[in-house]
Design a protein around this ligand. Structure first.
Ligand code: ATP
Length: 514
């Protein structure tokens, strides 16, 4: 199945099973805005919770915050967003489609990477066990050629964007003969800068209304509260402030479902550190965040780092953790060494000191900041797209199964009475009443039990518990595991313990590798 077909399946599954709906669906949707349905909201909450607990609850020196979406307009002048939060935009004159010029070039580079991967796959087959991947990559003339070309394009784009040389960005698109993916036309307009912030107004009458922006990132709410938190919480550097919340960006191209939305949610943590220690903390958080992803068991091979060549105006080092989405490796999370740019700039614009007196160093300074920033919706897509699988069964049938990490599954246990009579529903309801205090639990008595298993597989429910006539006699039930489809007979008494071992957050987060 092609990548596009796979992605379409994910989108269709998300709608059919109540995970994600287009916003204002009855009006045919709103571009790049989505609503989370009855299953989606649970999955989203569980991802947020997994992040929050690993950040705030498990780290003595990281605290939380919930800052407002509206902020004083000066915030965005100080942060650089008014002047520099732009994306390079290019239109195709024939198709009238609008693109991000840098994304067109990145997609071109991605195609070269696909070619490299194909060469490697071919060689792996040819050489079998004797294949030395590293040596092949560094010596095979075709692979070396593709890689050099990709590096040269990437370096030139970074240089032109850095220098705001938009004419050269267009020249690069023309030289590479990049065509509009929609129409195949190479008839491009010039590249222009486009500011991504949404403007709005605060105030009842038009005359004295204040121009505001919807925040394009949650980070600034943390920076302006740095001293409030540090003083009221008696925090000692190094310490972090974590926050989850909505952010808004008027994205030029938003055609990839919840990957790129105009209204989305971020989970950010700003870690305040002494100047000069940023390299060490950058390495620390790069590793720690990748380990968090790996703790979910979605395959080491599906993640990679991408170090930035073009740095944002505030950063002295930056990298992305990329995930293998159905449309290829793309950014999932950013780790940025933000220097003291933000706090320093707020000091200037607000005319207030945002300094910390470091007793060990016996000096005051404006702290440096290390940021980890992940999109909750993008993480949702990573989890959903990775988990959705079509599986061939031994009996010749196939099943759709959502192999969600059990700790994130919207519903943990489904209780199914074999038939709707003979007292089985009562016993099943008793089990729901007992388990629902600890786990999100559902009761389902409709259809044959096999079909109910399939439905729970499609929803990603890790465990089904079936109550049958024998249960009435000896208080045993069948526990069925989603991935292996294995069924074991257990007593209702031992059920909570068995579930606890698999579902307790602690068992997942203590697996965080150091
Ligand atoms: P991209 O290059 O994909 O536009 P970015 O580098 O601008 O992303 P950041 O500003 O670093 O993104 O934001 C941090 C995280 O927020 C990203 O890693 C991503 O997971 C998420 N994010 C950013 N923009 C969007 C969006 N439009 N929709 C959904 N998630 C987003």
């Amino acid at each position: 199945m092609s990548e596009t077909d796979n992605f379409k399946k994910v989108i269709a599954h998300a709608k059919e099973y109540g995970f994600v709906f287009p916003s204002s669906d009855i009006y045919d949707g709103l571009s790049a805005v989505y609503d989370y349905g009855q299953q989606g909201v649970l999955l989203k909450n569980n991802i947020r919770n997994y992040w929050w607990k690993s950040m705030v609850q498990l780290n003595e020196n990281i605290v939380g915050l919930d800052a407002a979406i509206f902020m004083h307009p000066m915030t965005w002048k100080a942060s650089g967003h008014v002047d520099a939060f732009n994306d390079p935009l290019i239109d195709n004159k024939d198709s009238k489609k609008r693109y991000r010029a840098d994304v067109l070039i990145e997609d071109y580079i991605a195609k070269l990477e696909v070619k490299i991967e194909k060469e490697i796959t071919k060689a792996t087959k040819r050489f079998g066990d004797a294949f030395d991947r590293k040596q092949f990559i560094s010596t095979n003339p075709r692979v070396v050629g593709y890689q050099e070309k990709a590096n040269a394009i990437s370096a030139r784009m970074a240089k032109s964007l850095e220098a705001e040389d938009l004419a050269d960005v267009k020249a690069l698109i023309e030289e590479l003969e990049i065509a509009c993916p929609f129409s195949g036309s190479k008839n491009w307009t010039d590249v222009k800068q486009f500011n991504l912030m949404f403007g709005t107004k605060l105030g009842a009458s038009a005359d004295n209304a204040t121009d505001l922006y919807l925040r394009p990132e949650t980070a600034q709410g943390i920076f302006v509260n740095f001293l409030n938190v540090q003083k009221s919480g008696r925090m000692k550097i190094p310490f972090g402030i974590a926050q989850t919340g909505k952010a808004f960006r008027n994205e030029i191209v938003a055609r990839q479902f919840i990957f790129r939305m105009r209204e989305f949610e971020q989970m950010e943590m700003q870690f305040f550190i002494p100047p000069g220690t940023q390299k060490e903390w950058y390495d620390h958080w790069k590793k720690t965040r990748l380990n968090w992803h790996l703790s979910l068991g979605m395959g080491e091979e599906n993640y990679r780092y991408h170090d930035h060549e073009k740095l944002a105006h505030y950063a002295d080092a930056a990298c992305d953790i990329e995930f293998k989405f159905p449309f290829g490796f793309k950014e999932l999370e950013g780790i940025h060494s933000r220097t003291n740019f933000d706090l320093g700039s707020h000091e200037k614009h607000a005319g207030k000191k945002l300094q910390y007196f470091d007793q060990e160093r016996n000096e005051s300074y404006t702290p440096y900041v290390l940021e980890t920033s992940i999109g909750l919706d993008r993480m949702f897509l990573a989890v959903l797209s990775h988990s959705l699988q079509e599986e061939q069964l031994e009996d010749g049938n196939s099943r759709t199964v959502l192999r969600l990490p059990a700790v994130l599954a919207p519903t943990k246990v489904a209780i199914l009475p074999l038939v709707k009579k003979d007292g089985l529903p009562d016993l099943a309801r008793d089990l729901v009443a007992c388990l629902k205090w600890d786990y999100s639990t559902t009761y389902d008595a409709k259809d044959a039990v096999g079909r109910r298993y399939r439905r729970q597989d499609s929803l990603g429910t890790p465990y089904c518990v079936t109550v049958d006539h024998q249960s009435l006699k000896d208080q045993t039930v069948t526990l069925r595991e989603r991935d292996s489809m294995e069924q074991i007979r257990v007593t209702t008494k031992e059920l909570p313990q068995l579930l606890e071992a698999k579902l307790n957050l602690k068992n997942w987060l203590t697996n965080l590798k150091d």
